[in-house]
Design a protein around this ligand. Structure first.
Ligand code: GLN
Length: 607
């Protein structure tokens, strides 16, 4: 098992309790290293037995994140993609299920040549091989592997199910040797009692546990409510055998963008880069964009209220990428985002009888919102409530964004209210409906749930460059977005729906599958069959989320006007540039190619 490239590994483990924000810590470490000029990839290890997160309930485990390659993975991969602006693959999420499956497949093929197949060495070898192989996959658009791979080990050190991973990582660290492996252990420093003393004992215990398993932390990342007292750091250093300068403190901050800044201010990069022998090649991280975003997010006061009408409203992790995409868009629109979480079933008439207070409260918050979002979902709970929300948005000119199920809901509502098909439905909820406006897709499976949907990046072609979504995307041809669904708009009902004013402005390459709908006579009524939230980045806001927030804050019209005048100006520039270039050598660099743009460097000017 020789390394092809000398990959540098940063392992992030966790102790004391789960839910410490290990994922955010690990991604923030990646951000700081990236700001030092290094190229960073990441791997998330989930020690559970599921092959992937696809079959796991968002209620229990948070959102299922979907990658370009169709991988259904842990939501932490979303953090990495957003923070590092990379595109990961399904193999960047390792689970016990995947590792055992690969080992058992090999055993069935006879690859172990009669040997007894065991956790050590076969499972532990498979884990190391997987890590080394996947760390080399380029993730940032170039063809080269990254310089550093951040590995996050899910769970808490000492869990039975993470033992083979700990052992594999111990072996890996020994094999790649000092200078190539750095372990950051995330732990908690709680405050107890009225005295308010910061307690180091839980951290001491978890470091002892880690050492007992053969791993030595190079850095500690201590989570705490308030900044750590100096004497607490000294104590941790003394008892955990980690230099005081290597004890990082991530105390509670007002927004997530501060975390990389905290790490940079504490010189986390210097300590890590020293351990990885990379100090000489790294530059000083400045993180200007992150600083501006963190500060801006703190100072926004002008509110925008978005009603999120969903099923798992008790757990915001169930919609974490949607929330992030809304935040990205709100910051861009200089608005302070407030999300009104509405359990869709509370809007239904049955709730009016059984729990009238919840019903009234739900309707009040829907009506008090500036925009309505119906996110993706499965199963029929709350469907009627979502239909009522879409109806309310359509009839009252309230900006609406329907994502996946939210788009299907908009179609059902339109068929019922406008086409007069009172029993119109998706066959997901009513197999016998006389008006199936949403139907099962032939490529799905009804018997096997894992990985059998239409998954991953697919292309949507705009049918009309003049629609709002094409303008917001700044594209007139196509967009690539990620999908996760089994049902689709019934192509046989499209003509009827369009005749009554519901326009399908984006379709797949066959023209039979509806991808984007718009209601042209409405300020902003958009449904998308894909999940745009998975590709939203802090600096690259998703177009349809931007549209929702712009519309909800009364800025959409002026934004579209600005867009069209900047397109006109750039078209004029291009025309002038091309004609002057064609007239001969006038672009100042002696090159008369009509393909050269007039900014003198041959790059396409960005609108
Ligand atoms: N349940 C719907 C389908 O399978 C919508 C899926 C979703 O919203 N992700 O098509």
């Amino acid at each position: 098992m020789d390394c092809v490239k000398k990959m540098k590994y940063v392992l992030v483990s966790g102790g004391v309790v789960s839910g410490l924000g290990k994922g955010v810590t690990a991604s923030s470490i990646g951000v700081v290293l990236k700001a030092c000029g290094l190229r960073v990839t990441s791997i998330k290890i989930d020690p559970y037995l599921n092959t992937d997160a696809g079959t796991m309930s968002p209620f229990e485990h948070g959102e299922v994140f979907v990658l370009d390659d169709g991988g259904e993975v842990d939501l932490d991969l979303g953090n990495y993609e957003r923070f590092l602006d990379v595109t990961l693959t399904r193999d960047n999420n390792i689970t016990t299920g995947k590792i055992y499956q690969s080992v058992i497949d090999k055993e069935r093929k006879g690859d172990y040549l009669g040997k007894t197949v065991q956790v050590v060495p076969h499972i532990t070898d498979a884990i190391q091989e997987w890590i080394e192989r996947v760390s080399l996959i380029p993730v940032d658009g170039s063809t080269e592997p990254a310089d550093v791979c951040v590995i996050e080990l899910g769970g808490t050190v000492g869990d039975i199910e993470s033992m083979p991973f700990i052992e594999a990582l111990r072996q890996l660290s020994y094999r790649v040797g000092p200078g190539n492996f750095c372990l950051v252990h995330v732990s908690l420093v709680p405050v107890l009692g009225v005295v308010g003393e910061q307690k180091t004992k839980p951290t001491q215990h978890s470091v002892r546990e880690l050492r007992g398993l053969g791993l030595t932390p190079h850095l500690l990342a201590c989570r705490s409510a308030q900044a750590l007292e100096e004497n607490v750091k000294d104590k941790l250093s003394q008892f955990c055998h980690v230099p005081a300068g290597h004890i990082l403190n991530i105390y509670d901050v007002s927004n997530i963008w501060h975390v990389p800044l905290l790490l940079r201010d504490q010189k986390a990069h210097d300590a890590i880069l020293k351990d990885l022998d990379l100090l000489s090649v790294a530059k000083t991280p400045c993180l200007e964009e992150w600083t501006a975003r963190a500060a801006q997010s703190d100072t926004l006061t002008n509110p925008v209220r978005i009603a999120m009408v969903g099923k798992y409203t008790g757990l915001s992790d169930a919609y974490v990428s949607v929330v992030k995409a809304l935040q990205h868009a709100s910051i861009k629109c200089k608005r302070k985002l407030t999300i009104e979480w509405i359990a869709a079933s509370d809007l239904e008439d049955t709730t009016a009888k059984e729990a009238p207070d919840s019903h009234t409260a739900a309707w009040n918050s829907l009506k008090g919102s500036d925009g309505i979002l119906v996110p993706g979902g499965f199963g029929d709970r709350g469907v009627q409530g979502k239909i009522l929300a879409a109806k309310y948005a359509r009839e009252n000119n309230v900006p609406y964004l329907g994502i996946c199920l939210g788009m299907q809901i908009a179609v059902i509502e339109f068929a019922r209210s406008v086409l007069g098909m009172a029993e119109a439905n998706s066959t997901e909820f009513d197999k016998e409906t006389p008006h199936p406006c949403v139907i099962f897709m032939p490529e799905g499976s009804k018997t096997h749930m894992g990985g059998t949907m239409r998954l991953g990046s697919r292309r949507t072609y705009f049918q009309n460059a003049d629609c709002i979504t094409a303008k917001l995307y700044g594209k007139s041809d196509y967009v690539d977005e990620r999908h996760r669904h089994r049902y689709e708009v019934n192509p046989n009902m499209v003509e009827k729906l369009e005749k009554s004013g519901l326009m399908f402005v984006g379709k797949d390459e066959t023209g039979r599958r509806m991808e984007i709908l718009e209601l042209p006579c409405h300020p902003y009524f958009v449904g998308v069959q894909f999940h745009p939230e998975f590709k939203s980045r802090p600096g690259k806001v998703s177009a349809v989320f931007l549209g929702l927030i712009l519309a909800a804050s009364g800025q959409l019209k002026s934004h579209l006007k600005k867009l069209s005048s900047s397109i006109m100006i750039s078209n004029r520039r291009v025309e002038n540039g091309i004609s002057s270039a064609m007239n001969g050598h006038t672009n100042g660099n002696g090159n008369s190619s009509p393909l050269r743009y007039p900014n003198g460097n041959g790059n396409h000017a960005r609108a």
